[in-house]
Design a protein around this ligand. Structure first.
Ligand code: FPP
Length: 247
């Protein structure tokens, strides 16, 4: 029996977010440079997108480059940015065919010019697609996003467009870069690290967390399906008791 047959199609998450971790360790394991790990990580991005399309998952958000990743050696940063450009160029037509809309969150103006241009082209080409929104978090961090949101809200308060009492959770959500995305029901992290690493801090308040020891380049479609099955077996209580949920 195919593992996918165990997935119940009436409980598919609308949004899956992934911390793609372990490319460097994977490269070390095979005796290669870190950039080779990232290159192989792109294959996993492709199969994960396919898996989402197969299941009808509407949103996939990938942590591709954090604000803190700017502190990595320049050589690795350049390799990652170059890989992003070449992968977009290579994959965009197939992604477009699959109905994928390319979206980004993060400081686009910090990315090298060829990178932001490739992203703008990809966004424009795929803007009418509705099968899956693939959000790439680039030069992104949860604290960066919350800081921006707080600044915009404070500006509205100082202009008199908003009163402090009117600030509620909805207003905060509306000012985040993820305002138009459903909150992720499932957060996956590969490579066994038990950390959030400044990813979607506000949005994952009630996300189910799935951590696997598998390194990102080895994370197969089957393992993605396993994570979905695991999610489907969770009891999501949102602070209520089990009895309230299953009367
Ligand atoms: C974490 O592994 C991975 C990254 C910082 C980059 C992720 C990028 C890709 C998968 C490739 C490009 C992405 C797209 C969307 C085309 P790590 O380097 O921290 O691994 P380590 O913890 O084992 O050192």
């Amino acid at each position: 029996m195919n593992i996918k047959d165990n997935i119940s199609l009436d409980n598919i998450p609308k949004h899956v977010a992934i911390i793609m971790d372990g490319n460097g360790r994977w490269a070390k394991k095979v005796g290669a440079l870190r950039a080779f790990g990232h290159k192989n990580g792109v294959n996993t991005v492709r199969t994960t997108v396919e898996a989402c399309v197969e299941l009808g998952i509407k949103n996939l958000t990938l942590y591709a480059f954090s604000t803190e990743n700017w502190n990595r050696p320049k050589l690795e940063i350049n390799a990652l940015m170059q890989l992003l450009v070449s992968s977009l160029e290579k994959e965009i037509d197939e992604l477009d065919k699959q109905g994928v809309f390319i979206n980004t969150i993060g400081e686009m103006d910090k990315l090298p010019g060829n990178c932001s241009k490739a992203l703008s082209r990809a966004k424009a080409q795929t803007k009418n697609n509705t099968q899956l929104t693939l959000t790439l978090a680039l030069s992104y961090s949860g604290r960066w996003d919350l800081t921006n949101a707080i600044q915009s809200i404070a500006e509205k308060v100082s202009e008199g467009a908003l009163s402090p009492q009117e600030i509620d959770q909805e207003i905060i959500q509306e000012h985040l870069s993820t305002a138009h995305l459903h909150e992720p029901e499932l957060l996956i992290r590969t490579s066994g690290e038990m950390r959030i690493s400044n990813f979607l801090l506000w949005e994952i308040a009630y996300s189910e967390i799935y951590v696997t020891e598998t390194l990102w380049p080895d994370f197969s479609k089957e393992e993605f399906f396993k994570a979905i099955i695991d999610y489907q077996n969770r009891e999501r209580r949102f602070g209520k008791t089990s009895e309230q949920i299953n009367p």
